[in-house]
Design a protein around this ligand. Structure first.
Ligand code: CA
Length: 408
């Protein structure tokens, strides 16, 4: 028989406005879920997954098959909920669970796992990751496309290759561990591991013996380190176990890796999915923020671009009529220039200020602005016509053609 002493903590973090993580410690069943999906979706998905899973584990002597079926039931519950409520469509969650199993008459710790919430084991002061993230970056590391170091800050590290609730069925990884008294398991959402290194986590786990205190301390440190995401930590201490400590010690000395390592890793079989089918790619909760950031930047660029365009238009796209060397001239731009754009001569008339009625001369000297060249030309024509109507013949009425025309 295995007895656990557990403690957990969760926090929204320093950036997010809602906590989409869920965790539960129900006797010998411990679950951490990190939800994803728009408004409310992530919270609903993670809470429903945790609730459904714990409801399905009724015995401390569960089989591996029961463990997988409980995770698949949680998958089905979240998937169906997402189908019936349009506002929840596309929601999903990670699921990492820890509980007791009975396999071949032997008590073991069983960890079911979908997504990138992790399980670790600290044994004899050494921390080891038991789960493998179902994420694009993890796959790139596995296939040698990225180094561990490059993976740490990789922009795509939140893209999941497997999540619970996004398809009718899901593949469940199961890790089994033969527990020893003093073993300390840690379950966490990615909000912890993106802020703290394994060494920092291990140091807290070594220093604080109370699991609740240690979980709270880790959450606090992750938040202080940036808290970019929701942070959830559950620590499970093996207070009692049937495993003979002497035998365990001997095996630990001779082959520490095999005793610490998961003794079986059982991916579930999923007959409905052909083996070559690529894993569904699901954007994790962080990409939603990334999408928001991208949208924000797009809007920002749009606003700045629009403002620049307006400024440019203001500075360059209007016309004004004034005089140059006493000749009436149409310029493109703004009188005196604007925003660094100097006005350009579009048309120079042989008319001078003398061809303009005296009452209009000041206006012309100041510069009269129009939105189109045609309007500016019509204005010049009106000025000249006006003078004619007033009985004053323009001096250069015979030369109506402009002396200079540049089109810009
Ligand atoms: Ca997360």
């Amino acid at each position: 028989m295995i007895r656990f002493v557990s403690g957990g903590a969760t926090d929204v973090g320093a950036v997010r406005s809602e906590n989409q993580d869920s965790f539960v410690i129900a006797n010998a069943t411990i679950v951490v879920a990190d939800g994803m999906g728009g408004h409310q979706g992530g919270e609903v998905a993670s809470a429903l997954a945790v609730q459904t899973f714990t409801g399905k584990i009724t015995s401390e002597n569960a089989s591996v098959e029961e463990l997988i079926n409980a995770a698949k039931s949680a998958n089905r519950a979240v998937f169906e909920k997402a189908q019936t409520d349009p506002s929840l469509r596309g929601m999903g969650t990670t699921l990492t669970t820890l509980g007791t199993l009975e396999v071949d008459g032997e008590n073991r710790v069983g960890i079911a796992h979908i997504g990138d919430s992790r399980a670790y084991l600290m044994r004899d002061g050494d921390l080891q990751q038991l789960t493998r993230d179902h994420s694009l970056v993890e796959e790139m590391v596995r296939t040698g496309q990225l180094s561990e170091k490059e993976a740490e800050g990789h922009p795509k590290r939140n893209i999941l290759t497997r999540a619970l609730g996004v398809e009718p069925d899901v593949e469940v990884d199961v890790v089994q561990v033969l527990p020893l008294r003093g073993d300390r398991f840690l379950l966490c959402s990615d909000g912890l591991v993106r802020e703290l290194t394994d060494d920092q986590i291990a140091s807290v786990l070594r220093r604080l013996s109370d699991p609740t205190e240690a979980a709270r301390d880790l959450v606090k440190r992750a938040k202080e380190a940036g808290g970019a995401d929701n942070i959830t930590v559950v620590i499970v201490d093996v207070a009692d176990t049937d495993v003979d400590p002497e035998a365990a010690a001997r095996s630990a000395q001779s082959a520490p890796l095999t005793t610490v390592a998961p003794i079986v890793n059982t991916p579930s079989t999923d007959s409905s999915v052909p083996p070559n089918k690529p894993a569904p790619t699901q954007a994790h909760s962080t990409p939603l923020v990334t999408v928001r950031v991208v949208l924000f930047l797009v809007v920002l660029v749009g606003v700045i671009g629009g403002a620049l365009w307006l400024a440019y238009s203001y500075a360059t796209r209007s016309y004004f009529v004034t005089t140059t060397d006493n000749h009436i001239t149409i310029y493109k731009g703004r009188p005196g220039g604007a925003l660094g754009f100097q006005p350009k001569v579009t048309k120079t008339y042989t008319y001078t200020l003398d061809d303009v009625a005296p009452a209009r001369q000041d206006q012309v000297k100041m510069g009269k602005t129009f939105t189109t060249r045609a309007e500016a030309e019509a204005y010049v024509q009106r000025l000249v016509d006006e003078k004619v109507r007033l009985g004053i013949t323009p001096t250069t009425v015979a030369t109506l053609q402009p002396v200079t025309t540049t089109t810009t």
